[in-house]
Design a protein around this ligand. Structure first.
Ligand SMILES: Nc1ncnc2c1ncn2[C@@H]1O[C@H](COP(=O)(O)OP(=O)(O)OP(=O)(O)O)[C@@H](O)[C@H]1O
Length: 434
């Protein structure tokens, strides 16, 4: 087992001052007049992380997650203990951490890269990829204090993933990005997992922890309360929350994180696309039963996925299909015209084909992207994608009731009392007599 990261007996003490003037008084009296209370945000935290694994860090507000991540990133000194890391660490910390608000986006990129040991020439080579990933246009030349939180996190994430780190630390700031960006981030995180990057992922989103992490650590009051399989750790977390009688539980957190993600109108400009160009998907819409475009759909509602495809050459038996993908890259449902027995024998060059799939959308609550493709038959000797667009549209599924899991199986429930206490006592008396 190769270790990428070791946290040894880390504790962090903060000094709490009730008023700003108390700090001044204490400084002026060189500490003779003690005006602070001591507060331990972390107490004797130790763990190791195996190289190439993804570990989730969860816990209630104020339990020390961000403090721990900052100490691992090296931006905060522990009061006791130490951290050993093997390889370049790049961190997407809480909003506000990391960038200088007065510097422009470009200046902050150079500053962050320099802190990670990159030369100016190396950073210049990274710039186009960072700009492309962040996609904040000319704002990259403006001071970051003028950025919205979404733009800030786009730039911070773009920098964090473009420097090819061996260890990536991600604080939950990702929830701020819009749906398109969240999908892009999740895809990039998965690519990095495949390349063997070690990832520490702080999140309040149980679904994200379940899908991304092979292990989860629960922090509570600055101490490790559980460490192991994500499902087991999440269930300890759920019990903790219930015990504390807080106003939310982890399912609510699921819903909060979905609600927090603002929705952008879909645009084919922003998506991943491939194909040999024999046909071109011109547009894709999600419509409700009244044929009105929608981005928010209630689970079970009838929807139509409608695309218009232009043909640049004659094509025999083109197949049109879609896949619905959740935030974690899980293909939740997909079908195509070949499977549905809808056959267009020959489509002539210059034609535009309208394709419509309609169904009742029994998905669980989440944000989904829709990939749409036109391709040759899966049975053909050399299957070819004519045009394939990932993230062609985005929908958010809502539900009036809580739904656990990926799909809504629309269960019904019945319950009835089949034995009253009196019957039970009578039965017990009979049993004793026997
Ligand atoms: N600079 C500071 N000075 C004093 N106390 C601090 C400071 N930074 C954090 N704390 C306290 O330390 C504790 C842990 O904070 P931290 O931000 O690490 O928690 P967290 O688990 O990330 O919380 P959240 O889920 O709300 O982001 C909190 O009680 C917080 O108020």
């Amino acid at each position: 087992m190769s270790i990428a990261l070791r946290v040894e007996g880390v504790s962090k003490q903060y000094r709490i001052y009730d008023r700003p003037s108390d700090r001044l008084k204490e400084t002026l009296t060189r500490g003779l007049l003690k005006r602070h209370r001591e507060f331990w945000a972390l107490r004797d935290v130790s763990f190791e992380v195996e190289r190439g694994t993804t570990v989730g860090i969860i816990g209630p507000n104020g339990c020390g997650k961000s403090t721990l991540l900052q100490i691992i990133a090296g931006t905060l000194e522990p009061t006791h203990g130490r951290v050993w890391r093997d390889g370049r660490v790049s961190a997407l910390l809480e909003l506000g951490a990391g960038f200088n608000p007065e510097f422009t986006g470009i200046e902050n990129i150079f500053m962050s890269a320099a802190l990670m040991g990159f030369s100016r020439a190396e950073t210049e080579r990274l710039l186009p990829a960072i700009e492309r990933f962040a996609e904040i246009g000319d704002f990259i030349h403006q001071p970051v204090k003028t950025y919205s939180s979404g733009m800030y996190v786009r730039l911070a994430f773009a920098v964090a993933v473009s420097v090819d780190p061996q260890i990536l630390l991600v604080d939950e700031a990702l929830a701020v990005g819009d749906a398109i960006f969240q999908h892009r981030c999740m895809r990039r995180i998965r690519e990095m997992q495949e390349r063997g990057t070690t990832i520490l992922f702080v999140s309040h989103d149980p679904a994200a922890v379940r899908h991304l992490c092979s292990r989860a650590i629960l922090l509570n009051d600055g101490k490790i309360m559980a460490d192991g399989d994500p499902r087991e750790t999440l269930s300890v977390y759920r019990r903790l929350i219930l015990d504390r009688e807080e106003h939310y539980d982890s399912d609510q957190t699921d819903r909060d994180s979905i609600a927090a993600a603002s929705f952008s109108s879909p645009s084919l400009r922003y998506v991943r696309r491939h194909g040999d160009g024999s046909a071109q998907i011109i547009n894709l819409e999600v419509l409700n039963s009244a044929h009105v475009p929608v981005t928010v759909v209630e689970t079970g509602e009838e929807i139509l996925i409608r695309a218009h495809v232009h043909f640049n050459r004659d094509i025999v038996k083109p197949v049109f299909g879609f896949i619905i993908i959740n935030r974690h890259g899980v293909h939740v449902y997909g079908t195509n015209t070949e499977q549905q027995g809808t056959d267009l024998h020959l489509v002539r060059q210059g034609s535009i084909v309208e394709v419509t799939f309609s169904f009742n959308c029994w998905l669980g609550t989440d944000i989904y992207s829709i990939s749409f493709a036109v391709h040759s038959s899966a049975l053909s000797a050399k299957p070819t994608a004519y045009d394939w667009v990932d993230g062609a549209a985005f929908i958010r599924i809502t539900s009036p009731i809580l739904i656990e899991g990926l799909v809504n199986l629309n269960a019904t429930a019945t319950a009835r009392v089949i034995s009253s206490t009196n019957h039970l006592q009578a039965e017990q008396r009979c049993l004793k007599t026997i």
